[in-house]
Design a protein around this ligand. Sequence first.
Ligand code: COA
Length: 388
Amino acid sequence: MRKAVIIGAGMVPVSEHWKLSLRDMAVEALLNAMDDAGIDKVDSLYVGNMASGSFVEQENLGALIADWAGLGHIPAVKVEAACASGGAAVQEGAKAVMSGLEDVVAVVGVEKMTDAWPSDATRYLAYAADADWELFHGASFVALNALIMRLYMKEYNYTEEDLALFAVNAHANGAKNPYAMFRRPISVETVMKSPYVADPVKLFDASPVCDGSAAVIITTPEKAKELGVPKEKWVEVAGMGRAIDTINLANREDFLTLTAAKIAAERAYGMAGVTPKEVDFFEVHDAFTVMAALSLEALGVAKKGEGAKLAREGQIAIDGDYPIQTMGGLKSRGHPVGATGVYQTVEAVLQLRGEAPEGIQVPDAEIGLTQNIGGTGSNITVNVLRRV
Ligand code: COA
C-alpha cells in the first residue's frame, strides 16, 4: 500500500453565509487548498456532504463542484455518512491514493444549512436518525442527545456545570481562530444562563446550524516531491478507522459507550502504530458537550465515566495533557454538518505544520487525531495524522 500525504488545505470561515451559495463556498475552499499545494489540476474529487438535497435542493455535488471549479472531466462523487460525511470523504480520498488508483485527489466538505427554516433544519438533521423508530416519534438530535446527557450526569454524578466546561474550552480556543463562527470566550455562567433547547441541553451545550466549506489535497510522498511541494507542508494520513453502530439509539446495549468510535479508534491507532498517549491533540466531535466527554472515553484518553473529569482537571486546554477542540471545535468554530470532518482535518494540518493561530498552537505537535460522528454515534470515523 502507498503512503498518503496531505499537501494542501483551505477553508472559508464558518458563518451564516447569506452572500455565498453552496457552490461558491465549496469552490473557494477547494481553490484555496489547490493554491496552498501550488497545483492547478487534480485526478479526482470527493465531496463530503450530509443533506444538500434537503437543505438547498441540490444533489450531484461531485459534478457541480468539479464543473464550477473548472476541473474538467475528472471523476467526482459525493460521500455521505451523516455528520461524519467529511471524515469519510477524507478517508475515501486517502484510500484512492493509497490503492494506486489516483495520484492527486481533492476532498471538499461542504454544507449550507441556514437557507432552511429552523424547524426544517431540525427535521433534515433528524433524517440521519432511524426514520421509523426515532424521527416518526418526534425525536430530534437535540432531544436524543439530551437523553444521553441526562443519563451520563446521573450515572457518573456530574452536573450541568461540569459539562459546560467543554463549551468554555471550545470558545476559549475558537475566539483565536479567524475561521470560527463564535469568536468570543464564554464562562460556565454564560452556558448555565443560556436557554434550554431540550433539558438538560442548553443553547451553549449545542453546536450551531451554520454554513461552511473546507478542503484538502492528498497525494503520495513521491508525487508531492515531483510537484515541488516543500516537505514542511506534508502531513501523513497515518491511520484511518471507520465503524457503525445501531442506527436506533434504543437498540444500543450501552447508551454511554460510543462503540463505533472505540472500534474506529483501535483501527486508526493500529494502522498508525501509535497509542492515545502519543497523540498531541484531539479534534473530537463535540456536537453536544456530552459527546466530547463520551468521545474522550471511546478514544482511550479517559476511562469510562471519566471524560468529564478531564475537563474538570483542565487537561483538555491547549497547555493540558490532552488538548481538544484546538480551533474551537463544533461548538465555537461551528458544525456545518457534512463539512465538519474536513474542517477538523484542515485544522489538524495547520497544527502539525506549526501554522495554527497565535495562542492556540499546540507546542511541537507531531501527531493529531480527528474523530467525526454521524447520528448519535451510528457512523464514526477516526483519522490519525502525522507531521512528516
Ligand atoms: N451556540 C451559541 N449561540 C448560538 C448557537 C449555539 N449553538 N446557536 C445559535 N446561537 C445564537 C445565534 O447567534 C443568535 O444570536 P443573536 O441573537 O445574538 O444573533 C441566537 O443564538 C439565536 O439564534 P437562532 O439561530 O435563532 O437559534 P435557534 O434557536 O434557531 O437554534 C439551536 C439554536 C441550538 C436549536 C440550533 O443551533 C440547533 O439545532 N443546534 C443543533 C444542531 C444539530 O443538531 N446538529 C447536528 C448534531 S449531530
